[in-house]
Design a protein. Structure first.
Lengths: 110, 117
């Protein structure tokens, strides 16, 4: 599985958009980009995934560059409850044996 | 949908003792996964089941670890002769694999925090 690179931490003001970057320069053609987050003392929670096209759901938007070497997760209006560690993962999706890195710790502040 | 349930939430044991954790997946999910997470790190894959069959084990799963899913529903993870290095959060997850479908998102439980003294 391809490795990902994420900044270790980011801050965001409540109500503003949080843009979390991820580099995955060695991604293969059959690998998807997944985002999960983990709030303190809980298990990871699925957010969104995509292959080539940008994706949006009720939680977030995922923007994948045309060359697929990087992506950005966008939380359009961050709240204090979005404070968590966000993991960017690339995987073929066939067996869900996800390889988590150390993620980005997002701190949403007042 | 009651979510993935794990018991106990916390376990404190002495080095050398055996421990067992239980995971109850979401009822219609045929795949069940175990992950381990140490402080400051992301979860690491240990093993997974499809129904009662254990399909893959990570090399992280030493011979002191054994996982079962005897009736294809709940699963247990046993650690024999615990060591201090086994202290971690043990996470269970499940999803439903239908035919050749992919990208079935994982639903995680809240984990069992093991502390080996």
């Amino acid at each position: 599985d391809a490795k990902t690179t994420q900044p270790p931490s980011m801050d965001c003001a409540e109500g503003r958009a949080a843009n979390l970057p991820c580099n995955h320069s060695t991604i293969s053609g059959n690998e998807y980009v997944y985002w999960y987050r983990q709030i303190h003392s809980q298990g990871p929670q699925y957010i969104i995934h995509g292959l080539k096209n940008n994706e949006t759901n009720e939680m977030a938007s995922l923007i994948i560059t045309e060359d697929r070497k990087s992506s950005t997760l966008i939380l359009p209006h961050a709240t204090l409850r979005d404070t968590a560690v966000y993991y960017c993962i690339v995987d073929t999706g066939t067996a869900s044996k996800l390889t988590f890195g150390t993620g980005t710790r997002l701190q949403v502040t007042l | 949908d009651t979510g993935v349930s794990q018991n106990p939430r916390h376990k404190i044991t002495k080095r050398g003792q055996n421990v067992t954790f239980r995971c109850d997946p979401i009822s219609e999910h045929n795949r069940l996964y175990w992950y381990r997470q140490t402080l400051g790190q992301g979860p690491e894959f240990l093993t997974y089941f499809q129904n009662e069959a254990q399909l893959e084990k990570s090399r992280l799963l030493s011979d002191r670890f054994s996982a079962e899913r005897p009736k294809g529903s709940f699963s247990t993870l046993e650690i024999q002769r615990t060591e201090q290095g086994d202290s971690a959060m043990y996470l269970c997850a499940s999803n439903r694999r239908r035919g050749v479908s992919t990208n079935e998102k994982l639903f995680f439980g809240s984990g069992t925090q093991l502390s080996v003294l």
